[in-house]
Design a protein around this ligand. Sequence first.
Ligand code: DX5
Ligand code: ZN
Length: 223
Amino acid sequence: MVKIAPSLLAADFAALGAEAARAEAAGADLLHLDIMDGHFVPNISFGPQAVRAIRQHTRLPLDVHLMITRPDEYLAEFAAAGADIISVHAETCLHLSRTLQRIRELGKVPAVALNPATPLTVLEYVLDLTGLILLMTVNPGFGGQQFLPAVLPKIAALATLLKERSRAIPIEVDGGINAATARPAVQAGAGVLVAGSAVFGQADLQAAVAGLRRAAAGEGAGR
Ligand code: DX5
Ligand code: ZN
């Protein structure tokens, strides 16, 4: 079953708690929280205090996507704030294996995120430590960008690698996911779909989440 992870980046920032609850009521599987520091990406979003506040408004697992330099310095804070999954960008980690180990020691699911241009080879020797792999399907920093089709063969190559190594690590895709791009991403091997604008950009969140699920399953909009 494909999982849907609405991203609060596209929600009403003046009402993040209510928006989190709305996503849960709409049938989301996870809640994706984009943390941006203005250094790794050219945008600033919110930090651990916001994560802690959002935690009080939903029982959904919190999927915290760290787009920050020096993530190691903040892992404990995000863990204490209520993160369930913590994704670090391989591009920001000098010692990726140590960082993943640290997340695991904090009792959270360690995830590795890769920019579109970053090769899969960085994952090869950390699969033991990885609970989820996030492939960016846009360059990180902003919501509402167009899905990069060049990442499709990368998703497929990762799915093949994981199969060869007998690893059941879910592949999450993030960026430009909508009713049109969900299906090709899933066909290539994605199991978790992050969607910001395609969910929070719609008035009816439940219909948006259901529509993504149908699209992911290859069912037409009318069915
Ligand atoms: C982009 C973020 C995404 C963003 C996706 O840097 O990592 O999670 O919220 O937004 P959409 O779904 O609008 O492309
Ligand atoms: Zn994200």
